[in-house]
Design a protein around this ligand. Structure first.
Ligand code: ADP
Ligand code: F6P
Length: 498
């Protein structure tokens, strides 16, 4: 079914992420808590390993409960998602005071780290209160991780558990866990993976407590990033801010008498799952139109305003596309409590209105704008039937949309991918057309080129893109992480790094 577990496992893995792999919702009729699955690639790859290796997932359940001891429900027997087999005893929820959590999530994570790490310091706010909340919540995650570690150790006393901490929400968790594990006499390995860019030293040092962040990440044995540039930025910061001895060639940082590995581990997608979705999804009902597609969370890093302006410029410069081409932009509501996101929503509404008002004819409107989530089936159909995908963030750690589009390109002739050089995905998807989103004129030219590209060139480019993503899928990424940790267990036994 495309969700099958990879032929790899890791005994007693403890995964720690801001969100659990499902959220909890209260059924309004019965008052019972229920699980709502998440569809992300990370969950698809990691959940089977946690389930199979009798591990535990630690994270926020997406709801503030009056009674934090209210039990986590088992999955619905009809659930076919990757987390269906995750027993409630394999889930450790983290609960925090509502106000502190708000200062941590909306304040420090999304009001400070998100813009700063995406090299947009002008949008970042620096607040000591929010930082204190971040410290407190990371401490609570560390406490719960320790609980999970003790549980997996009880279940499997001979295993050396691997703790895998995810993303910018939890950068300073590791040292508390390390210390507590040492005191309890539990040996474990710890890895960290950052899903967003790691900025250059000159940007990173703007954060008043940046040393604490580095020390926190260095609490792990291995620190992973999407691409080598982010690794080098991190190594550079460790040297310049903390004075660590570093080895740039082998990507090692010496800290506290330990040698920490730094590794580029570019994430992939569940490729076969998207192929299958594309094969079975209904046709998109925009007849006789070439679709220029955008799919993003509504986030200022995604370059949506620039993208709409580039499309407007295309219609001004090349009026032959009028009534022939439709831009379909799907924008998922995201972080709606943060002011920057509310302002972007307003700006998008106005811009879509202005462009549509300017170009609409009795038979056609240039932009269809969906502000909401779409199902996986619909998403696959949009990807499959689009002539062009515009993946043009101003900055993006990786960008999975580019990869999902490529996987769904099963039609002949295929569509064209346009990608920004400022996304991690742009580093590896060499056969895509590249467009600097800041250059509106050039972006319009690139869209025109994509819309008029000969079939054989489209096919050639797409074949190469698909081949790479098929091999480097999300299971490959999972395997690379375990290998980098020295804890990959294949069906033939254990593999470790030389
Ligand atoms: P980010 O992690 O910043 O949100 P990515 O492009 O890496 O950006 O990942 C976005 C994920 O969200 C993709 O897996 C994509 O399929 C999903 N997604 C984006 N927009 C929508 C939407 N409108 N409806 C459903 N899923 C979406
Ligand atoms: O990829 C970065 C990331 O922040 C993930 O950690 C997160 O799951 C996703 O984007 C969506 O963001 P949020 O959890 O804030 O809704």
């Amino acid at each position: 079914d495309g969700n099958s577990a990879p032929a790899i496992s890791a005994a007693s893995m403890v995964v720690v992420s801001n969100r659990l792999p499902f959220i909890l919702k209260r059924n309004e009729q019965t008052g019972q808590l229920e699980r709502k699955a998440s569809a992300g690639g990370l969950v698809t790859a990691v959940a089977p390993v946690v389930i199979k290796g009798k591990g535990i997932w630690v994270g926020w359940p997406g709801i503030h409960l009056d009674d934090p001891n209210e039990p986590i429900p088992e999955s619905d027997p009809k659930d076919r998602t990757p987390t269906a087999g995750l027993l409630s005893k394999q889930v450790v929820p983290v609960h925090c005071d509502r106000h502190v959590f708000d200062q941590y999530y909306n304040g420090c994570c999304n009001g400070t780290f998100w813009p700063l790490f995406h090299s947009m310091p002008d949008r970042a706010e620096f607040s000591a209160d929010n930082w204190r909340a971040y410290v407190k919540v990371n401490q609570e995650f560390a406490r719960k991780t320790m609980e999970a570690l003790e549980k997996v150790k009880e279940e499997n006393p001979s295993a050396t558990p691997t703790i895998w901490i995810h993303d910018y929400q939890l950068m300073i968790c590791a040292n508390w866990v390390r210390q507590a594990a040492e005191e309890a006499g539990i040996r474990c390995k710890m890895g960290f993976f950052l899903h967003i860019p790691f900025p250059p030293w000159d940007i990173f040092r703007l954060f008043p407590w940046s040393d604490e962040i580095l020390q926190g990440m260095l609490g792990c044995d291995m620190v992973g990033f999407h691409i080598e540039d982010y690794c080098l930025n991190f190594v550079d910061c460790c040297q310049r801010r903390l004075g660590c001895r570093v080895d740039r060639k082998n990507l090692l940082v010496e800290h506290g008498g330990r040698s920490v590995r730094v590794r580029p581990l570019p994430i992939g997608i569940p490729f076969e799952r998207f192929v299958q979705l594309a094969e079975s999804a209904n046709r998109v009902m925009l007849t006789n139109q070439q679709i220029v597609l955008g799919v993003d969370r509504l986030d200022y890093t995604k370059g949506l305003v620039h993208r709409l302006k580039a499309f407007e410029r295309l219609l001004q410069k090349y009026p032959q596309h009028i009534e022939k081409v439709t831009m379909l932009q799907i924008a998922v509501p995201s972080r709606t409590d943060v002011r920057e996101y509310q302002e972007l929503k307003e700006e998008m509404d106005q811009l879509v209105g202005r462009i549509n008002g300017c170009f609409t004819t009795p038979n056609w409107s240039p932009i269809r704008y969906i502000y909401g989530c779409v199902s996986q089936d619909e998403l696959a159909a949009f990807y499959r039937d689009a002539a062009v995908a515009l993946v043009t963030p101003l900055r993006d750690g990786m960008n999975l949309v580019a990869k999902e589009f490529v996987a769904c390109q099963i039609n002949t002739p295929p569509g064209v991918l346009i990608v920004s050089p400022f996304a991690g995905a742009g580093e590896m998807m060499h056969e895509a057309l590249v467009c600097n989103p800041y250059e509106i004129d050039d972006a319009a030219e690139v869209i025109h080129r994509a819309l008029t590209m000969p079939e054989d060139e489209r096919t050639l480019r797409m074949n190469y893109l698909r081949r790479r993503e098929k091999v480097h899928d999300v299971n490959y990424w999972m395997r690379s992480f375990l290998k980098a940790m020295g804890t990959l267990i294949t069906e033939d036994g254990e593999e470790t790094l030389p």
